[in-house]
Design a protein around this ligand. Structure first.
Ligand code: SAM
Length: 377
């Protein structure tokens, strides 16, 4: 494929270039959902976790390939992009090796460590027009990212730490984002360019039906709150929004809190505040004892549905088949691991704006295409 022909043709039709995407490490489809909402034709998601198959396909138009990314080749990807104006490879490799919780461990012993380099291998083999990836901010300073970046020969890149709250995600979530293009200089659109405003816990989940701990909404099995021990119930009743275990009577404190080093546990066991963004949703965000995941008013942790909404999944995103038992650990993992769909949408809109601008520029009379930037057929 060749840049001038691809983008020039699309602009000649008066339309936006059609971007076909493949989402590696697709999980339950957070990134895919956002890209699709922006207008990207995501044709397939790849993940080796079979639990992702149902949510991915029930909410997104593309195929789900239950496969190890290490077994994919550039040829496989090329066949998925066939017929598109512009090809996109998205890949949010597992972030556990780079998270702050893993800093003390030897990252190289984690089998996920090489997944970013697998993504780099597929970029080299398939030479997509566009690339995007998301990960935890710690990745930016890691050698593995430097190696990945070195491999992006011929690409213009933009990368930086994005505060998702600035794009209207009702959550404190800072993520490292990279977008890259073989078509020309690229950057992520700013919140003001996209018209997104900050959101709060109230604006996201303030009108959800009330729940008692250990129960589920009869109309939505995912709007389910984990059961709490008698001790944790007494603790949450003693917690105010934004407070911590420090306001509890000594008898309610855990042993780790009583130790001097317990000072580091200030964020654990707390209620969210209505008028602020939620803390970062994690894979364990359905447990009161796992972070500031207490409901601002009701004596329970947030429900799985509330966690999904705080991640900007739409209210009806399906995570379990009708009638299937809801497993908190599975659904919590899918939700906590996801790229917020809103961030996916921001990335998608940025890629589409970029491809459209390139197409329009190339369609101008007298524009000479830089042969260096042209992809071989
Ligand atoms: C951070 S999550 C991705 C979340 C997803 N992008 C979303 O927005 O919902 C990383 C995913 O990588 C998957 N994974 C890990 N190793 C893999 C491999 N070798 N091949 C395919 N998928 C893998 C995990 O099962 C997990 O779903």
């Amino acid at each position: 494929m060749e840049v001038e022909r691809k983008c020039g043709q699309a602009a000649g039709r008066g339309g936006t270039p059609r971007i076909a995407g493949v989402d590696l490490f697709c999980g339950a489809g957070g990134l895919t959902y956002g890209l699709v909402k922006a207008g990207v034709d995501v044709r397939a998601g790849v993940d080796l976790d079979p639990e992702c198959a149902y949510p991915y396909t029930a909410n997104n138009p593309g195929r789900f390939l239950e496969q190890d990314v290490r077994a994919l080749s550039g040829r496989d990807l090329a066949s998925l992009w066939r017929g598109a104006d512009v090809s996109l490879l998205a890949g949010c490799a597992p972030c556990q090796p780079f998270s702050t919780y893993s800093q003390a461990r030897d990252r190289r012993s984690n089998r996920d460590w090489g997944m970013l380099l697998e993504f780099g291998r597929l970029v080299a083999e398939a030479q997509p027009d566009l690339i995007t990836m998301e990960n935890v901010p710690q990745l930016a300073g890691d050698d593995v990212f430097m190696s990945f970046l070195d491999g992006l020969k011929g690409y213009s890149t933009w990368h930086g730490v994005v505060d998702c709250a600035e794009y209207g995600v009702p959550q404190q979530r800072r993520r490292f984002v990279l977008i890259a293009s073989r078509l020309g200089p690229i950057s992520l659109l700013l919140p003001v360019e996209l018209g997104y405003r900050r959101a709060t816990v109230w604006s996201a989940i303030g009108r959800m039906p009330p729940l008692v701990q250990g129960s589920a909404d009869p109309h939505d099995p995912i709007h389910a709150a984990a059961g709490m021990s008698a001790l944790n119930l007494r603790r949450i009743r003693a917690s105010s929004p934004g407070g911590s275990w420090r306001e509890w009577p000594p008898a309610l404190r855990a042993a780790c809190h009583r130790r001097e080093s317990g000072a580091g546990y200030g964020a654990v066991y707390g209620r969210m505040e209505w008028d602020r963004p939620a803390p970062t949703m994690t894979t364990l965000c359905h447990g009161f004892g796992n972070g500031r995941f207490g409901h601002p008013q009701q004596d329970r942790a947030i429900s799985l549905r509330e966690a999904a909404i705080l991640q900007t999944f739409p209210k009806r995103y399906k995570f379990v088949r009708p009638g299937e038992r809801v497993k908190f650990t599975t659904v919590g993992r899918l939700i906590g691991n996801a790229v917020p769909p809103r961030l996916g949408e921001v990335i998608g809109r940025s890629l589409i704006a970029h491809a459209t601008a390139v197409a329009e520029r190339r369609a101008e009379p007298g524009v000479v295409v830089d042969r260096e930037a042209v992809t071989p057929d």
